[in-house]
Write a protein that binds this ligand. Structure first.
Ligand SMILES: [Zn+2]
Length: 400
């Protein structure tokens, strides 16, 4: 069966055979020309041609007209690109959010087949997460008449860092009962397929890298601005996890040693001032109206001055935090995600101004472009689940 052959090739050690390398590269990048495959893999064109012939013969890859015309084959003639056969492989992304679970089912050509969400109580347990998400996954396959045999793997996005050595959640945002749980193992027991779990900001960064505003960048920083503040660092095209899995936890950079106590136990963390929790509580006590983040953003976009002021206030602090980050990493690109990023320039403009003020490297003239590009996420606060799908496609052949 082509799907079991594909699974075998996808999970072979990276670079074990030319066919595995080609399949894994197509899994990660989607649609490519033979020239692009050669550039990415470093394999000779003749080796790639031979691998593609056998993959075509076994229905694992198909040819599609290229969106970009290839000058080498003559003016006006569309070039041919290669993609994995969408019928032979699927993968799943799961977001275990604060109060909901989202499940995306996609095929190996990166096309989303279904996207469903289910509300959950705010203190749901790991067992409830596994039961609910598994039922959602099975329903997604059943309702589209797809075989579970095609499933290459499941990516799980969780709130909180995961120790890369033992896979256990270090300190889950808002759900401390999840600390020490190996959520990938819990899902593996029920689903019986490869499962990879990753911090949700890291998943969001992967979505930007594969399909969003960071496409084509090797190095960038992702900043999540929501009720909580988080982040991720991508270096040379790979996520930086750090010694214990806590790299990119920007929300817990100290900006005021004498400040209030954070939920992490330290004082004056960036999250206390760049997250919306405090401004929202203040707004509620002053106006006796309770607003959600989505309402703050939509009111701000409609011109509500107090909501605009709230967003500008957290943007200024976030710019200060990014200034500290720039002293360590000096990123060329910062992607701002989370639901607050849906405010667009109302958030990004004051954030850029504050960042410039607090960063060491300033605009030094037209001859040397030292400006850091600060862009909003491409996914309206919904990139983490898509990134979990991307984690499966990127990690085939890497996790052994
Ligand atoms: Zn903290």
């Amino acid at each position: 069966m082509p799907h079991s052959q594909l699974r075998t090739l996808m999970n072979q050690q990276m670079g074990a055979t030319a066919a595995a390398r080609v399949v894994q590269t197509l899994g990660e990048h989607g649609t490519l020309s033979a020239t692009q495959i050669a550039r990415i893999t470093g394999l000779a064109k003749s080796t790639i041609s031979a691998a593609l012939s056998s993959l075509r013969a076994s229905d694992m890859v198909i040819e599609v007209p290229s969106a970009v015309r290839d000058r080498s084959v003559g003016a006006g003639r569309p070039a041919i690109s290669i993609t994995l056969n969408p019928a032979v492989g699927t993968c799943v992304g799961v977001l275990l959010g604060g109060e909901h679970i989202q499940v995306i089912l996609a095929d190996v050509t990166h096309t989303v087949i279904s996207d469903a969400s289910k509300p959950m109580a705010s203190d749901y347990t790991p067992d409830e997460a596994v039961a609910t998400a598994s039922a959602m996954i099975w329903e997604a396959y059943r309702s589209r008449d797809l075989s579970l045999e095609t499933m290459l793997g499941v990516g799980i996005a969780v709130a909180g860092p995961i120790n890369p050595r033992d896979g256990k959640i270090l300190r889950a945002s808002g759900v401390p009962t999840w600390t020490g749980v190996n959520i990938a193992d819990e899902f593996k027991r029920v689903l019986g397929c490869p499962v990879i779990a990753e911090n949700e900001s890291n998943c969001s960064a992967v979505a930007e890298l594969m399909w969003g505003v960071a496409t084509g960048y090797e190095d960038f920083v992702f900043l999540t601005m929501d009720v909580a503040v988080g982040g991720a660092v991508v270096s040379r095209g790979q996520l930086l996890s750090g010694h214990a899995g806590a790299a990119g936890e920007f929300g817990h950079i100290c900006v005021d040693p004498n400040g209030a106590q954070c939920r992490c136990g330290k004082r004056g963390c960036l999250e206390l001032y760049a997250g919306l929790e405090e401004p929202l509580a203040r707004y509620t006590s002053e106006s006796r109206q309770q607003l959600t983040i989505a309402e703050v953003v939509s009111r701000a976009l409609e011109g509500d001055q107090s909501c605009r002021a709230m967003i500008a206030e957290v943007a200024r602090v976030a710019g200060h935090g990014l200034g500290i980050i720039s002293s360590v990493i000096d990123p060329g690109l910062v992607v701002v995600g989370g639901r607050l990023a849906m405010a667009g320039e109302l958030l990004l403009s004051p954030l850029r101004t504050s960042y410039q003020k607090h960063s060491l490297v300033r605009q030094s003239g037209p001859e040397v472009d030292t400006d850091t590009l600060v862009l909003g996420s491409a996914f309206s606060g919904r990139g983490a689940c898509l990134g979990a799908v991307g984690m499966v496609l990127r990690n085939c052949g890497r996790s052994g």
